[in-house]
Write a protein of this length. Structure first.
Length: 255
């Protein structure tokens, strides 16, 4: 069985963009770990930062438990994630602690600065995770660099609105109800998402996006991924091979 680490910026990002795939993998018996860089302490007008941070970490743990996954928060601050040495060592230690075969990370281009910063941190920390002389903490260096995959950005577009082409998709139809329940665990975000993002129904927004990505892959609902293959990162299709019948190729893409 494989070990999969899904890392993103805030509680509810993974649930919005990759929970169906993680549910599929967990159901197949693989180990899943979910890490958020921050506790999402900026995501409220009703609670003070420490209070909403506790609430949101609790919600993330509840969501992860629905698929038998472990959850951990890296402890970065909202809008305070940067690719510096201290941050890279912290992320590297988390990767060494999780000991993944495969890492799912945010898209390098996305609407939120934390998403983009976590993407760069994860990419560079994955490289560093197998370097013995790069000291980070108690966790032992990995024997090899894990496989790296980028999750879809929000809405599947970069900051200029250009659509991001995924390498492959995952048919999440059988796990869509699990994905709904995982996102619904984040009840503290209902008012915040409406206020900050103008989205009155964040569950419907997720469903609409999953259906939109599904059309790209000839499925009812799907999630998209890109594999990072730059040497010396592994180039073999490790995640694709775990997906079985859930793996989908692009049905169509505009020229």
């Amino acid at each position: 069985m494989a070990s999969i680490l899904a890392v993103h910026a805030h509680p509810d990002d993974i649930e919005t963009l990759a929970a169906g795939t993680l549910a599929l993998l967990a159901d197949a018996g693989h180990r899943v770990v979910i890490v958020t860089a921050t506790a999402g302490e900026g995501g409220s007008t009703e609670h003070l930062p420490d209070e909403i941070a506790r609430i949101r970490q609790g919600e993330a743990a509840v969501a992860a438990a629905m698929i038998g996954a472990d959850y951990r928060c890296a402890g970065f601050g909202d809008l305070a994630v940067f690719n510096d040495d201290t941050s890279r060592r912290r992320m590297t230690e988390l990767i060494r602690w999780a000991r993944p075969d495969i890492v799912l990370a945010p898209s390098p281009v996305d609407y939120h600065p934390d998403h983009e910063a976590v993407s760069v941190l994860a990419r560079d920390a994955i490289f560093a995770s197998s370097v013995p002389n790069y000291r980070t903490g108690e966790a032992e260096p990995l024997a090899a660099i894990p496989h790296l995959y980028f999750i879809d950005p929000i809405g599947g577009r970069d900051r200029q609105g250009v659509r991001i082409r995924p390498d492959f998709g995952v048919d999440i139809g059988p796990w869509m109800e699990t994905k709904r329940r995982m996102l619904l665990a984040h009840q503290s975000q209902v008012a915040w998402v409406a206020r900050q993002h103008g989205i009155d129904d964040y569950l419907k927004s997720m469903e609409d996006w999953s259906a939109r990505r599904g059309r790209d892959f000839g499925a009812g609902f799907a999630e998209g991924f890109r594999q990072y293959r730059h040497p010396p990162y592994p180039r073999t299709p490790a995640l694709q091979e775990l997906l079985g019948d859930g793996l989908r190729e692009l049905a169509d893409w505009p020229a």
